[in-house]
Design a protein. Sequence first.
Length: 311
Amino acid sequence: MNGELIVLTLTFLGVGSAFAKRNYQSNALVEAWSESPERQDAPDDNLLIDFGSTGPLALYQLKDLAGFSYLVRNGAIYYPAIRRVFITHVHQDHIGGIEEFAILNRRSRLYQDSSVEKPLLLGAPGVLDLLWENCLKGGLGVMANRRVALDDYFRVVRLGGASAGNDGKFTLLDRYELSIFPTDHVRLNEKYDWPSYGLVIHDLQSGESVVYSGDTRFDPESLIPKAEHARLIFHDVQLEPEPDSVHALLGELRTWPEPIRRKMVLYHFSDGWEDPKYRVVKAEFAGFAFPQRRVVLFGSSPHPSGPNRVV
């Protein structure tokens, strides 16, 4: 690679909850640029964080926006342009589009460009086991009169765990290190006993970090130490009060220290976000995440964009 990697961006395909109809589901595209999005036709590397049921439609819309033409070929989504996919957990709003991704990526590599490698599929062992056995095997397990496995579609990378051969970390172009951490999303008997994960993204050169919560209940013991040292936090939210919620409630997040809230962008919200009672998000937080807008996480850009808000 020539030049110095200076920009990492994140674009939400959608920012809605599992059952939102207006903003697609909350999946995100992370892109690493050796120069900048304004000076390059495509990033040097990228990572899709989850790909839910509305993911294919959201990506189909995104490909036609300025700066994302590398995602299209012959008018369709060019799936081999996505080099890596990280799965936080196996709820349908996070994995519902993976079957399409696997099939169409393979077809593109077979019939359009056989030189392209299979994409990397990353996740904790518990997540990947559930993904194949409980979610994908029924549709993807047979191919051309033979039984196949997950690694027929992806280069599978298991993150963390005794047999994974790594410490739960991976990098983008050797500068940005992504570390997984367990989240308290759904419990069987106790915290973290059902596989669900978030990400901390570190810029190894500047020492800065960004936190991406994935899906989690209110868990200040885990998230606040990470958030205190981060320059930006993307946190899922449940706007409406709900007993035994599997997401952090807005009222709970409002109890966090103001310095943390001011750098916290909320996503994974329902269609009612425009109700005046949720104006507190703009007043007390960095705002709501905006779908299909690039946000600069690290580095400089001729036209940098801060966290975008839904307005």
